[in-house]
Design a protein around this ligand. Structure first.
Ligand SMILES: Nc1ncnc2c1ncn2[C@@H]1O[C@H](COP(=O)(O)OP(=O)(O)OP(=O)(O)O)[C@@H](O)[C@H]1O
Ligand SMILES: [Mg+2]
Length: 326
């Protein structure tokens, strides 16, 4: 951190005399964190334990700021986190919101999120890893570094693996640049637990563990409604029935990825709707036709036809996975 930034920081945390009184509510309003919390409540279905933890963390950070102004503490708290849960449970989405909260509370300068996996950090050859990891860290400074499937950094079975080198650099930065970079690790719970067992240094630097549960069929239907609304689509009554039959069947099939699978299913229904409309293009279309997904747009799914995943057989089931959000 440069000298000028330190000065700004000191201004923000202007010290108060012992007998001063501070208004926590006013501080809270000033931070505009409520806006982010409201958005989180409105735009994300379920996830009650995660939302509660985020509110707790926000409260902790607010109180910490006030304590600093009374010189009760001078250390930047450790804010590195661990998000565990199955694919499509909202980890990346919540990490983005977390970055915004940390920014509004003044714990990171910029509040951007840099999302990486092992390949972005670890090189194939000797000497390549350190520069790669350092370049990623540089990009993330002042914001949040989100490391998806972080356990792949550590491959004990491979003696000549460079992942350990990347972990060493990350550990140093997580300790020495706590005031300007927050690292969020993410991945499956059991794999993450094993990773921490072998990397106690990493575990000791993580302050908050948030577990993202799988969604219920009911929550997935609500998520579908939110996504449809966002994209200006609606379901006919029969299409709604088809979707609510689709969800529990899809949940039992392979490669199920919670909300991501729902997004994919809606993408394919929209594709079928477009083809249906195109096939009868001689008829005039109303706005209603353009926004309505009908029963057949869902029932044509292979999930209904033969209990398999959608996609061209030539692409194999990867097609189901290829609608990854960018
Ligand atoms: N609770 C929710 N309410 C509404 N939409 C959600 C919810 N959870 C996830 N989504 C949506 O589902 C998609 C996948 O979510 P996200 O990428 O955050 O999951 P993830 O846990 O990071 O998944 P992965 O492990 O596959 O990276 C996104 O489009 C996101 O907006
Ligand atoms: Mg993700």
């Amino acid at each position: 951190m440069s000298d000028t930034e330190t000065t700004e920081d000191e201004q923000e945390f202007e010290k108060l005399p012992d007998d001063a009184a501070v208004d926590l509510q006013a501080e809270f309003e000033k931070s505009q964190v409520q806006e982010v919390l409201d958005k989180l409540d409105k735009e994300l279905v379920g996830l009650v334990p995660v939302k509660t933890r985020i509110k707790e963390i926000a409260a902790l950070l607010l109180v910490d700021r006030l304590r600093r102004r009374f010189s009760l503490t001078s250390e930047t708290p450790t804010l590195h986190m661990n998000f565990t849960g199955n694919p499509g449970t909202g980890k990346t989405t919540v990490a983005l919101r977390m970055a915004e909260i940390l920014h509004r509370l003044g714990y990171v300068r910029e509040g951007h999120l840099v999302s990486v996996t092992r390949d972005d950090l670890v090189g194939q050859y000797i000497g390549h890893t350190a520069p790669k990891t350092k370049a990623v860290i540089k990009k993330a400074m002042g914001g949040v570094l989100f490391i998806d499937e972080a356990y792949y950094l550590y491959k004990p079975e491979n003696e000549r693996d460079y992942g350990g080198e990347s972990i060493e650099i990350l550990l140093q930065v997580m300790e020495n640049h706590r005031d300007d970079l927050v690292v969020i690790l993410a991945g499956y719970k059991d794999k993450m637990d094993r990773f921490f067992e072998s990397n106690p240094g990493m575990r000791s630097r993580i302050a908050h563990h948030l577990d993202f549960p799988d969604y219920s069929a009911d929550e997935l239907e609500q998520i579908a409604d939110l996504m449809l609304k966002e994209q200006s689509y609606q379901l006919s009554d029969c299409a709604r029935q088809a979707l609510s039959e689709y969800i529990p069947i899809r949940m039992e099939l392979s490669h199920f990825a919670n909300a991501r699978s729902i997004r994919n299913a809606l993408d394919r229904a929209r594709l079928r709707q477009a083809n249906r409309l195109f096939a009868s293009r001689d008829k005039a279309l109303k706005k209603e036709d353009l926004i309505t997904l009908r029963e057949e747009d869902f029932r044509a799914s292979r999930v209904f036809l033969d209990g398999k995943l959608d996609g061209d057989p030539a692409d194999g089931i990867m097609n189901e996975m290829s609608f990854e959000e960018k």
